[in-house]
Ligand binder design. Sequence first.
Ligand SMILES: [Zn+2]
Length: 65
Amino acid sequence: MRVKCPTCRREIEWSLDNSFRPFCSERCKMVDLGAWFTGERAIPGAPQRSPDDEMPQPQGDDGEG
Ligand SMILES: [Zn+2]
């Protein structure tokens, strides 16, 4: 059985011996996994923090006297 490596699209022989499957090599496996951390792949709807952290000031009249 032959499968295509998701990273480099190279046809490889599917083998239980291959611990990197469905990738052809460790490198391709790491590339696929690392892509998430390096930002190669864009994650839609990812939570982003605002640079300015504004807190809403509580409005109220301070009764004096
Ligand atoms: Zn590959």
